[in-house]
Design a protein around this ligand. Structure first.
Ligand code: PLP
Length: 407
């Protein structure tokens, strides 16, 4: 028999959302008459906007004719999309990012989980706690996380995000090589100020660390003081790569298109200490392991930047932000401590009397038929919290909050 990857076997339990789904199934089997409302999983509900749909139709037409058919696309993505990204997401905000620093992919989950393979197995990894679980699990599968002690990995450096620090990760006192920053953060919905982000960039310069900056929720930033990209900070090009996605920005969770920015200045070293550009290493990795995001998906993503597309998408995002504001207000007026929801589609709520988050999940589901995500699934510091998402429809969100008011 062939031996399995021990690191994969060593992963704890099931994926968080699989456990949420299992408990919801158990509930619905005994409460068939009650409609379950999910403020849990972070998937969008609004359909694709008309400008995006039109671009997909047009791309399907292109694919139907021999002279405009597209097979494998260029590595890193079509020039039309890379140029649109550079101009709308970066140049428009005063950042100079070149098309060959953009790598289009089929999802940020794919990118953030694969990017760790560019680094030595012994690199030390730091993550915010609580945070999107994929960073840790990808490093754990690669054997970089050490052993699971029942609640944490012994080689991961956790950066606690609690009420005491405004739920913002702070630079650690121990040396780390790779730092995953998720901003705006999933699950807390909090976002770092320019000064806080500058502290991280300065820290990386001082220590030689690399920041892996996930800004999948950048489009939800509504406070003008919050940077949209780490490259808004001077010196970030030498120390950071950035991950972005059309999933939450343009409703592409089922279309699949994202991108990673790897500046030319960002380097790693070989075993003799010679520098090697990470941009070339990621290109090499993608050439070897990825055959591109489909032509219709890239045309659809391009349409998200068109005048009509961006206007339509602004409307959708504002709708989600209105839900977030409604959730935040409702919980605060019920006396809960809650943060987030202003620059992100997530609201992070403290459970009453420090009730364990899975117990509160069960209580909420049982009494109201409303699903949340237990904070404990995002890290030890998530215990005693739940995450609520603003991705539902306005009416369902309102109904969920009315039911919760009774609880
Ligand atoms: N990064 C963060 C922080 C996320 O929350 C998610 C999805 O929930 C992703 C990345 C995944 O994005 P994609 O749909 O592009 O794989």
């Amino acid at each position: 028999m062939v031996r399995a990857n021990d690191s994969l076997l060593g992963l704890p339990g099931g994926y968080l959302f699989a456990e949420v789904a299992r408990r919801v199934r158990r509930y619905t089997s005994s409460h068939a008459a009650r409609k379950v409302i999910s403020l849990g999983i972070g998937d969008v509900t609004h359909p694709l906007v008309p400008a995006v749909v039109a671009a997909m139709h047009k791309a399907a037409e292109d694919m139907s004719r021999a002279d405009t058919f597209h097979g494998y696309g260029p590595a890193g993505g079509y020039a039309f999309l890379r140029e649109a990204i550079c101009s709308h997401d970066y140049a428009a905000r005063g950042m100079d990012i070149a098309p060959d620093e953009i790598f289009v992919s089929a999802g940020a989950k794919e990118d953030v989980s694969q990017f760790q393979s560019l680094f030595d197995r012994n690199c030390t990894v730091a993550v915010a706690d609580p945070v999107y679980p994929v960073y840790v699990e990808a490093n754990a599968m690669a054997g970089r996380a050490g052993l699971w002690n029942g609640s944490q990995w012994d080689r991961i450096v956790y950066l606690p995000c609690t009420a005491a620090n405004g739920f913002m990760p702070e630079p650690p006192s121990v040396h780390v090589d790779l730092i995953y920053l998720c901003c705006p953060n999933n699950p807390t919905g909090t976002a770092m100020s320019r000064d806080a982000l500058k502290e991280w960039v300065d820290y990386a310069h001082r220590t030689g660390a690399i920041i892996l900056y996930d800004s999948a929720y950048e489009a939800f930033i509504s406070d003008p003081a919050i940077p949209h990209s780490i490259f808004e900070i001077d010196g970030a090009r030498e120390v950071a790569a950035e991950f972005r996605s059309f999933s939450k920005t343009a409703g592409f969770t089922g279309v699949r298109c994202a991108y990673t920015v790897v500046p030319r200045e960002l380097s790693v070293t070989d075993e003799n200490g010679n520098p090697f550009p990470l941009n070339q290493l990621w290109k090499r990795h993608q050439d070897a392991c990825f055959n591109g995001c489909s032509y219709p998906a890239q045309r659809a993503a391009e349409a998200a930047y068109s005048a009509s597309g961006s206007l339509q998408l602004r409307g959708v995002i504002n709708g989600y932000l209105a839900n977030a504001a409604m959730i935040l207000d409702a919980f605060r007026s019920m006396g809960y401590t809650a943060v987030g929801g202003v620059n992100a589609p997530y609201v992070w709520v403290e459970t009453p009397n420090k009730m364990p988050s899975w117990d509160f999940f069960d209580l909420m589901l049982d009494k109201t038929g409303v699903v949340c995500t237990p904070g404990a699934g995002f890290g030890l510091c998530g215990e005693g919290f739940i995450r609520l998402t603003a991705f539902g429809t306005h009416d369902e969100t309102k109904e969920a909050l009315a039911r919760l008011a009774e609880l």
